[in-house]
Design a protein around this ligand. Structure first.
Ligand code: NI
Length: 254
């Protein structure tokens, strides 16, 4: 079944029909969802959703755009959530030089501290990087040794993807791979082994073709699987089956 390694069902775009949609997803072939926290406040909602649905797990962490909310007190709270049973990762964490909502030095500081946190609590990480490939890679290379995890919504080169794979990280592939202008990601998918790929939505964002621009949800991952299957010359079922195994391994849900 489909394993969505990165979703945001706590987003307000799901307020009108969250319950209906989440209850429907298993009937549409979705087996497991990791709902990823972005803001500190959002993490509270993520914990609630994970407590409510058996097939929903949580990642808690603070996105680079939101690190202004972190201080010693909120950081300690974050750490305490990491010990909850359904929390499977620290994320999403990283660097965002596209929006540049927070000073880059501040982003880097909290990125490193959240990587350290993941190590302390023995959890994998879910990495966000936008227009910051080089700095993200440098920090990962220095501070994430031995940690597992996913480079979410991967947008770097195939060479860098290979370096991450070499270090034991998985590459998160979502709707962008179905886009006409998703050439770079298609090349990454061709270049790395299927065993190093996991599927994700980043919903409500980044819906694949033919739903590009609409609200995304985990059932649309089959279009992502179709495109990966085409690129690799295998069946969609094989993509869904293997990426589920990969995701379970990353998140320790075997
Ligand atoms: Ni996300």
């Amino acid at each position: 079944m489909i394993f969505d390694t990165h979703a945001h069902y706590d987003d307000k775009q799901f307020d009108a029909d969250r319950e209906e949609l989440l209850s429907e997803l298993p009937k549409l072939g979705v087996g497991t969802i990791v709902n990823v926290g972005a803001s500190f406040e959002g993490c509270k909602r993520v914990m609630e959703l994970a407590a409510r649905y058996p097939y929903v797990y949580a990642a808690v962490g603070v996105h680079p755009d939101e690190v202004g909310a972190l201080n010693e007190e909120t950081f300690a709270m974050l750490e305490s959530w990491c010990h909850e049973e359904k929390v499977v990762a620290v994320g999403e964490i990283g660097l965002d030089y596209y929006w540049d909502e927070e000073p880059r030095e501040v982003q880097k500081e909290w990125f490193v501290r959240q990587l350290d946190l993941a190590r302390r609590v023995n959890l994998p990480v879910n990495i966000h990087s936008r227009d910051a490939s080089e700095d993200t890679f440098q920090i990962m290379d220095e501070y994430a040794k031995g940690l597992g995890g996913i480079i979410h919504c991967y947008s770097g080169s195939k060479e860098m993807a290979a370096e991450y794979v070499k270090r034991g990280f998985h590459i998160g592939v979502g709707g962008v791979v179905t886009f006409k202008n998703g050439k770079k990601l298609k090349q990454v998918v061709e270049a790395i082994p299927l065993e190093s790929i996991v599927l994700e939505t980043d919903c409500p964002y980044l819906a694949p073709e033919p739903y590009r621009g609409k609200r995304n949800n985990s059932s649309y991952i089959r279009y992502v699987a179709d495109e990966i299957a085409r690129l690799k010359g295998i069946t969609s079922d094989e993509v869904i089956r293997q990426t589920e195994i990969n995701a379970r391994k990353v998140y320790g849900l075997e």
